[in-house]
Ligand binder design. Structure first.
Ligand code: FES
Length: 166
């Protein structure tokens, strides 16, 4: 990884935005990468804005590398105020925004964030935003809680397609 990119990632990690679970989220997406073992969960809350449903806030938790955390921090800021469709149109390069182009070995880190966002937004199509004070997922567990739970059905993780090897 080049020195400039490493510095930008370190800067993003010094003050990561939107980390943590969101108990009153409208939708949740969890993805994993079987190759590197990283996982990321993203929570999304919508609000009404001039007749449109837009993303009010998004938060994340990650058992991921520094790059995935930096991208998730930037991406959760970037999608604020966007409609579901506008956010779904964003590609991983756009989500990693200020970090600039990622080297081939780190592209999948941004794709992990994109995958979690897609999982959350696609699940939100099935369950439209709830009225205030009535969350769709009233007890959204943290990623760690869900992983340590041993219940029937288990945690639904969307595994991303393996990235092509350079
Ligand atoms: Fe796999 Fe970053 S190394 S998500």
């Amino acid at each position: 990884m080049n020195h400039d990119l490493q510095k930008r990632i370190e800067a993003a990690l010094k003050n990561p935005q939107n980390m943590g679970e969101m108990p009153d989220a409208d939708s949740i997406g969890t993805v994993g990468n079987a190759d590197c073992g990283e996982m990321l969960r993203l929570w999304v809350k919508f609000k009404e804005d001039r007749g449109r449903q837009v993303i009010d806030k998004a938060t994340f938790q990650s058992f991921g590398c520094e790059t995935a955390i930096a991208v998730a921090s930037l991406a959760t800021e970037l999608i604020r105020g966007k409609t579901r469709e506008e956010a779904l149109a964003l590609q991983s390069e756009e989500l990693s925004g200020e970090l600039g182009p990622l080297p081939p070995m780190k592209i999948h880190c941004a794709q992990l964030v994109e995958g979690a966002l897609r999982a959350a937004l696609e699940s939100s199509a099935d369950c439209p935003p709830s009225p205030p004070d009535e969350p769709v997922h009233p007890k959204a567990a943290s990623l760690a809680d869900k992983l340590s739970e041993s219940r029937k059905g288990g945690l639904r993780i969307n595994f991303l397609d393996p990235a092509p090897r350079p």
